[in-house]
Design a protein around this ligand. Sequence first.
Ligand SMILES: O=C(O)CCC(=O)C(=O)O
Length: 249
Amino acid sequence: MKHHNPCARFATDGFAVLRQYQTPAQVDALRSEVQRFIDTRLPALPREEVFYEDKQDAGTLKQIQRMHLHDPFFESLTVDSPLHHLATELLGQAVRPVNLQYFNKPPQIGKATPAHQDGYYFMLEPNEAVTLWLALDDVDEENGCIRYIPGSHRRGLRPHGRTQTLGFSQGLLDFGADDKQREVVLPARPGDLLAHHSLTIHRADANGSATRTRRALGFVYFAVASTVNKDQQRRHAQLMQDLRTAGKI
Ligand SMILES: O=C(O)CCC(=O)C(=O)O
């Protein structure tokens, strides 16, 4: 089915694609702001907020959490902003900003994103949230573009279990060949925005390229009407403790 209206596609498929949501000049500015954040804010962040493929090597930075809480520029991008408004429109209800994540998959070592539903991490009741994923690089099959399973947001949460992937600790246990066959593969240019519902199954391959970075920003908004289950908070605290014990963060 062809959808020209992102809200209609979001409702039917559980995701939407907004090509060139940001102009090349805006993307340049965002990349500079991310670099400024890395240079000036990163050293002071709690270690739970910053993940590296190899903690000893600053060049392997792979994720930053909650950037909007640590910097006024990223706060204004996330809160009471056009993106906040877009999230409200897509979900069809009032939303609150919860996270702004930076994702990179460094060339050669950037790992795959296991198939998952964000809602398993969020544990919201009801599970109503949206993630806006904004490409800062060309992201294609070689360096690990996003793949969605259309309509999966209408079939509830599937079982997840711990993975060994730092930053994506939970993956679908029963992701199979059928799922793979139904995937929609979504290469993105810098400035393209992908949006998905918290129950939409998605994954990405590793960065198999020799030299290309694979940077993106992920903005997470929860429905104001949804509440976080207490088990989720306990599970998150346990995960952080395990990562510290294992020396990964
Ligand atoms: O960038 C990625 O590979 C994963 C992003 C993702 O899973 C998300 O934003 O929910």
